[in-house]
Design a protein around this ligand. Structure first.
Ligand SMILES: [Zn+2]
Length: 254
């Protein structure tokens, strides 16, 4: 005799109902978890987005590579500019609009030195679950300060934290704007001991770069001094392997 017969009050009759409820609950849970995972993947994808496409590297046989720096300007501009000038390296700076305004003169200086300026939003907010007006303000206000600094080239966009969902890619696609991420980020994991080790950052970069790569570093950030210290090894190492440094806009047409 099975356990059903021992349940009082018609348990046997309820059992199929219970089973149905359990199955439905399991399906709902799976859909929710699956949907959540899907949403997470869409928000964080570095190599694709819902609208307009996205460039994380360029398919080319030429040994060209672009060096990109996120999140500035900050008070570290003099040392960054000097490190690049010493080795005659053009870089692409994904700047935050509000930070450009807080550090007057820095963006102008970068333009004068031949670097590319690019848009990394106005407030560095995660741009998921945001409205169209918010997206427009983040993009356009930053464009305005970049133009005010004298930059004349195409302004490409990089989402803060590489996060985007619907409104941001939609806005960029509708306005014929390019989204640019990266394929090499040697300082990405702050839990990794290599995070503040210049030699390890340089080694990871040299190991991962291939023709058309886009390297991301964060030398403006206070806890990323190792990025700048790694720069000479990165530049010399890649040049020794035959690579030429170009801006992102130059890379996009190579
Ligand atoms: Zn950022």
């Amino acid at each position: 005799m099975g356990p059903v017969s021992r349940q009082p009050g018609g348990g046997a009759a309820r059992r199929p109902v219970m089973r149905k409820v359990l199955i439905i609950s399991a399906v709902v849970l799976l859909v929710l978890v699956g949907g959540g995972v899907g949403l997470y993947l869409v928000m964080n994808a570095r190599t694709w987005q819902l609208f307009g496409g996205l460039t994380y590297r360029v398919d080319t046989e030429q040994k060209v590579v672009a060096l990109t720096f996120d999140d500035g300007p900050s008070d570290k501009s003099a040392s960054i500019e000097q490190a690049l000038a010493e080795r005659h390296v053009p870089a692409t700076f994904f700047l935050i609009g509000s930070e450009i305004e807080k550090h007057p003169g820095v963006a102008e200086q970068l333009v004068a030195q031949g670097h590319q300026l690019a848009n990394h939003s106005y407030t560095h907010t995660r741009m998921v679950f945001v409205g169209a007006e918010f997206v427009k303000a983040e993009v356009e206000r930053t464009d305005a300060v970049i133009r005010k600094a004298g930059y004349l080239g195409d302004i490409v966009f990089r989402p803060p934290y590489s996060k985007k969902l619907y409104q941001l890619p939609r806005y960029l696609a509708d306005h014929d704007r390019k989204t640019v991420t990266w394929d090499v980020e040697p300082d990405s994991d702050s839990g990794d001991p290599a995070h503040d080790n210049p030699a390890a950052i340089a080694r990871t970069t040299l190991d991962q770069v291939r023709p058309g790569s886009i390297i991301l570093l964060h030398p403006w950030n206070a806890d990323h001094d190792a990025d700048l210290a790694a720069l000479p090894q990165i530049v010399d190492g890649l040049r020794a392997r035959g690579y030429r440094f170009v801006t992102v806009n130059e890379l996009l047409v190579s």
